[in-house]
Structures are given as C-alpha cells and as structure tokens.
Design a protein around this ligand. Structure first.
Ligand SMILES: Nc1ncnc2c1ncn2[C@@H]1O[C@H](COP(=O)(O)OP(=O)(O)OP(=O)(O)O)[C@@H](O)[C@H]1O
Length: 261
C-alpha cells in the first residue's frame, strides 16, 4: 500500500497532489522516558479533505494531535500547518495559528458553570474581541443551527446528553471559522446512533465550510463513514496510508483485528 496507492486514490477523488497541503508532518518523534510513543510519523493533510488517523488505544494518536497544536513538544521532526513552522513559533504566532485550527477535545470541554450561549460567546469575546450583543447573538445562533441545536441555547451543560455536549463542543470550535479541524475521538462514549449523527456532522462541516480535518479515532465505523483517506499508526509509525477500503485489506496483525471485530 502506501504512497503509490495513496497518490492513485487522491487522483480518483480529485484531491490535488502536493500543491494544496495544509498540514505536513515529517519524521515526528516523541518519547516519555523509556516509552517511545511516536517513532517516525509522516503525514500530509490536503485542503478540504477528512483524514482519519486510526490506531489502537495507546498508539499515540492524542500525543500526535497535541504536538500539532503546541500542547506537547516533540523530540524531533517538523510540523507545518498553513505555512507556519509550528515548532518554532513564539506564543503570539501560536495564538494566531490557533485561530485557524479548531481543536475538538475528546471530552467536549464545555464550562459547566456557563450556559450554552455563554460557552459559545466565550471564544468570540476572548479570541476575536467581539462584544457587540447583536453580532454575538447572530454568530451563536448560526453555530447552533450548524449543529442542529438552536433550542439548547439557554441550557446548562449538565442538562445536555453526551451527544449534545459533543455537538456544542464542535459548535464552539466552528464559531471561529477555522480552516482546519482536529477531532480527538469524536464518537468516544457515544451510542451507535448518536455516533452516526456526529459522523454526519463531521461530513457536513467539511462540505459546508471546506474545512480540512484530522479525525483521530479507533472507531472503525466512524473511520469508514468520515474518511477521504486513512493513515494507520502501528508501533509508533505512520505505517499504512490509503482509502478506508484499501487499509481494510491489511493483514498486519496489529490492525487486522480492528476490521474483523
Ligand atoms: N504527558 C504524558 N506523559 C507521559 N506519558 C504520556 C503523556 N501523554 C501520553 N502519554 C503516553 O503516551 C502513550 C500514547 O497515549 P495517547 O493518549 O496518545 O494514546 P491514544 O492512541 O490517543 O489512545 P486512546 O485511543 O486510548 O485515546 C500512552 O502510553 C500514554 O500513557
């Protein structure tokens, strides 16, 4: 598999070759003491595509995504996002980049003491300095419409189901109009029907806003549903790359059980 097939499938799907790469990771390494989590990770994310990073629990998917947003410093390698060299940014530049990169956390990371409205207003006020009540209202309502939860505007997070919290978390990220979305385990802890709704929302975000997304998951059904392309992490390496159907042909003992579960 790997590069040749990936290139072929990119052509089939009309994904332009290398000119529109919005995230480029090269030779990324990260260890914690003697635990070598990321040994050599390479990936490209193309404009307007959904790239799923698939791997067993503990293979370093979250570590990888945290390296991308500067929450963890890798030991070696390079990360380029929208022409920013992530590992050499100062705090001001990192804050600037973060305006373009929405990070949807594994938990929805809502503030429990704030209403849904206040949770959504927060990044608008803090990151964009918007304080005009009409503009805040307009943007909050639009973000809630995007995730199908207009009626939840005055609710507290404790009144929401797990799936609703995930949606509000995504709305809070989308409200800043990011060019890139990073979803960390978007369907973790959700029942299959709610998971399908979240998968559909991820596709809707790509199609409506032309965002480029990285979706970290070990949920095979979510990977099949949301991916234009898949990269499978095995043993600290970005070992396989291709469409979901190509990756599922694997006979790698680390990956095969995933598909035959
Ligand atoms: N800050 C840290 N300090 C020490 N070890 C860490 C740290 N963060 C992650 N690890 C270790 O790195 C490894 C990979 O963790 P990570 O959370 O990235 O896995 P994952 O692939 O996202 O797993 P899951 O699918 O279960 O979320 C684990 O062994 C974890 O204990």
């Amino acid at each position: 598999m790997n590069q040749d097939i990936a290139t072929a499938s990119a052509k089939e799907k009309n994904i332009p070759a290398s000119t529109d790469i919005v995230v480029k990771v090269r030779n990324l390494k990260k260890s914690f003491g003697d635990t070598h989590v990321l040994r050599d990770i390479n990936l490209d994310l193309h404009n307007s595509e959904n790239l799923v990073i698939l791997g067993r629990s503990g293979t370093g998917k979250s570590v990888l995504i945290k390296c991308m947003v500067g929450l963890i410093t890798p030991d070696a390698g390079s990360i380029t996002i929208l022409n920013y060299d992530v590992l050499s940014l100062n705090q001001k530049e990192m804050n600037e980049l973060r305006l373009h990169v929405g990070f949807s956390f594994q938990g929805s990371a809502l503030y429990d003491s704030m209403t849904v409205r206040e949770n959504l207003e927060f990044p608008l006020k803090r990151n964009l300095g918007i304080n005009d009540p009409h503009e805040l209202e307009e943007r909050v309502v639009k973000a809630l419409e995007d995730v199908g939860l207009e009626d939840a505007i005055n609710k507290m997070p404790a009144e929401l189901s797990g799936g609703m919290k995930k949606r509000i978390g995504i709305a809070r990220t989308l409200i800043l109009n990011p060019k890139i979305m990073l979803y960390d385990e978007p369907t973790a802890g959700l029942d299959p029907i709610t998971s399908i709704e979240i998968n559909e929302l991820i596709l809707k975000v790509r199609d409506k806003y032309k965002t480029s997304s990285i979706i970290i998951t070990h949920d095979i059904s979510s990977a099949r549903h949301t991916s234009d392309r898949v990269i499978a992490l095995v043993g600290g390496y970005s070992k396989y790359e291709g469409t979901f159907d190509e990756i599922r042909q694997t006979t790698d003992p680390e990956l095969e059980p995933f598909f035959n579960y």
